[in-house]
Design a protein around this ligand. Sequence first.
Ligand SMILES: *Cc1c(COP(=O)(O)O)cnc(C)c1O
Length: 472
Amino acid sequence: MKRSAARDTETLLRQASELAIGFLDTLPSRHPGVTASHDELMRVFGAGPLSEKGVDPAQVIAELAGGAEKGLIASAGPRYFGFVIGGSLPVTVAADWLTSAWDQNSGTYSTSPAASVIEEIAGGWLLETLGLPSTAGVGFVTGCQMANYTCLSAARHSLLRRQGWDVEEKGLGGAPRVNIVLSAEAHVTIYSALRFLGFGTSGVHLVETDEQGRMRPDRLLALSGTLQGPTIVCAQAGNVNTGSFDPLEDVISIARESRAWVHVDGAFGLWAAASSDRAHLLQGHAAADSWATDAHKWLNVPYDCGLAIVRDVTAHRSAMTSRAAYLEQTAGAERDPFDWVPEFSRRGRGITVYAALRALGKNGVRDLVDRCCEHAVRMSELLRREKGVEILNDVVLNQVLIRFHATGKPEDELTRAIIARVQRQGTCWLGGTTWHGMAAMRISVSNWSTSEEDISQSAEAIVAAFRQEAGG
Ligand SMILES: *Cc1c(COP(=O)(O)O)cnc(C)c1O
């Protein structure tokens, strides 16, 4: 007897949803770090030649979930403070499931009118939330690295066009040289973007930063006087270590003097625009030319989702579109997502963003951002009470940098040992970094589900690890 395909689908999806719900239930309590070796995981997932016959789908799903159990990181959980990760609001996980079930090719309007319109609306809400010009172009990309790439492609197009050079047609060979100016603490993904774009990295001009990692306007001004020709200035909103912001108003006004293109990497920091009392950190940001940010970090949608935003829609579209004759834009109002991103066929990546923004509203986004920042302040206050704990940064946003001191212990080793101990112990997870030549513990609070209790519990675990290492 032929089994019903619809019944099989239903059984599989119910099985998957139960497994997924089971995983999410354990998020607050499971060990947030790595607990299995590579060898173990290779065995569990059946490394070796692919079977001839295949395996029953229900068994595949059951074994996938069972095997992953030891290799999953609880980075979406409330006490994971590593890197800048963020979790997933439940409504966004649900929207993501629908996105997969719908399986829309969201590259063009004609292949998915729904996905196109949802992204068009979500793009408008984003611009409103982030305090950016309502007419800017928005592309939903995989992450901030691709957002930086997309924005800098638009910059390359625009600056070279002004020099009479069509870079999309002619490439970079023989093109006028474009100066690239970066903060000395630019994120590594800016360098990747420069490599992908053919600019290379050896010729970049670095602008010195201050003690919080902010670009120094006086140094930018001095450098600007020495540069001739088209220039891109990459500023940063939200230093990945300190959470600090380049003084955007000053940076932009200096850059304007030489008609430079100003790009802002605001992977998480751009969300300060939604905050009740931290939006001032971004003062002047709307006057830039392009902005890159992530939804999968602070907006708490599932991976992967980044946002490339460009003021000049012609530059944005010209740099990205796959249309053969891109100047012949269709007359209708329909939006083809492939005009704004490097991808051609693609997932309806903006659907989770739509769900998050619709569910949260302006107040909800503000509360999410404010809550994380207040947790970060609270964490720094709890830790600071302990003698020997030094908070290295001004906690202006959601990032806290910590260094430890104890008599007779070299600080770098002590700090690293405490980080390793906290990671093993498993109450919370946080990472290490090198800050101005010193080893430091880095805490990022970017998850919707983190509570005050999670913060006190984690601070206690960190202090306990410090006492053990200091006394040992
Ligand atoms: C995380 C981050 C990026 C890269 O974003 P991805 O989403 O990982 O590609 C770029 N810039 C800054 C400041 C970041 O924090």
